[in-house]
Design a protein around this ligand. Structure first.
Ligand code: PLP
Length: 360
């Protein structure tokens, strides 16, 4: 099968628009010149709307995990304790990153199960300098209650570090209103840019935490990013072709408007859930109260009795639609359909139609 014939309905990377691909083939420019600075500022302006923040935003050459590591490495020291909320693979990743830089006090839920806010608060009462949350747990299709966790973080004077990798650009994220000190996103998800860049917003409070640290990482030093960001540059040579692609992808975000974009994502995911229901397929997330929701960008479903989720994925790929299976111990047990970025209703309809054939 030709690559062009394959529809990516996985939770990133997602299809990028032809105009984004074309933008990436432009000749190189001087990354210390005015043209690059104008592009950097243009990107940051749209990103401020996506993040809903007045905080500093930086663009890192490195995938979402680089931004997760920058967030932790710059704000957490060996004496600091961080409550790491885990109910999927990326919550686990935050926990593992924290363990390299400070002390972890994890709240480990079964993957896909929503958090009990009272349990979260108990963890914070044990004393913590920060708390990490994955807003949309891509591995399990659950959307965690960022606003409520933000309130608890504020009450207990802990920095709130949030992974918005699969919500920013596709769902509501109110960085300032929710009190998110550091929020991160990857380029290849809801923003529909090519993989390889990540974006991070950083509050004054997070910078104050950095001031108290004995040492900061070198390449991922956010203070260095702030210094260069003031000049609309990056501290080290950026991935210029990816910036071209990101800028064009962000123009598409701006043209569509965030409200319409969020609405389109929500409608698409709802259609997938309705179709699954009609086919007798159960959702994977276990929502135990009203604070958590099914994701609006990736739908995780239980494989039917006696069928492997990996076989469903294989059969869908053979029919030209790339979906995702389960990660780690969920391999075979679930399958996931991404509906993020510029995915259109016709793509969702086709995916549902083919899924029906595969499951027959
Ligand atoms: N966080 C979440 C919620 C993700 O979905 C992903 C990737 O799928 C990551 C972090 C890691 O991002 P990357 O693969 O770009 O490093």
């Amino acid at each position: 099968m030709e690559i062009e014939d394959t529809l990516l309905m996985m939770p990133g990377p997602v299809p990028v628009a032809p105009r984004v691909l074309r933008a990436m083939s432009k000749p190189m420019i001087n990354h210390r010149g005015a043209e690059f600075s104008a592009m950097y500022d243009d990107c940051c302006e749209v990103l401020a709307d996506v993040f809903q923040t007045k905080n500093d935003i930086f663009i890192l050459s490195g995938s979402g995990t680089a931004a997760m590591e920058a967030a932790v490495a710059c704000t957490v020291g060996p004496e600091d304790t961080v409550v790491a909320l885990e109910n999927g693979k990326f919550g686990e990743r935050f926990k593992d990153i924290i363990a390299r830089y400070g002390k972890v006090n994890p709240l480990e839920n079964e993957w896909g199960h929503s958090f009990d806010l009272e349990e979260v608060e108990k963890k914070l009462e044990e004393g913590a300098e920060a708390i990490t949350l994955v807003h949309n747990e891509t591995s399990t299709g659950i959307q965690n209650p960022a606003k409520e966790i933000g309130k608890l973080a504020k009450k207990h004077d802990a920095l709130f570090i949030m992974d918005g990798v699969t919500t920013l650009g596709g769902d509501t994220v109110m960085t300032d209103d929710w009190g998110v000190d550091v929020a991160v996103v990857g380029s290849q998800k809801c923003l529909a840019a090519p993989p390889g860049l990540s974006m991070i917003s950083v509050s004054e409070r997070a910078f104050e935490a950095m001031e108290k640290k004995d040492s900061l990482p070198y390449y991922l030093d956010l203070k260095a990013y702030k210094k260069s960001g003031g000049k609309s540059q990056t501290p080290y040579t950026p991935a210029v072709p990816l910036f071209f692609g990101l800028q064009e992808a962000l123009h598409i975000v701006k043209e569509e408007g965030m409200d319409a974009r969020i609405n389109r994502h929500a409608t698409g995911a709802k259609a997938i859930r309705a179709a699954a229901d009609a086919m007798g397929i159960e959702m994977f997330p276990q929502l135990n109260d009203d604070n958590s929701h099914y994701s609006n960008t990736v739908t995780a479903m239980k494989a039917p009795e006696g069928v492997s989720g990996n076989d469903i994925k294989k059969d869908m790929i053979a029919r030209g639609i790339t979906i995702a299976g389960g990660q780690a111990h969920l391999s075979g047990k679930i399958f996931r359909i991404g509906s993020m970025g510029n995915v259109q209703p016709k793509d969702i309809m086709l995916t549902i139609q083919e899924l029906e054939v595969v499951l027959k």
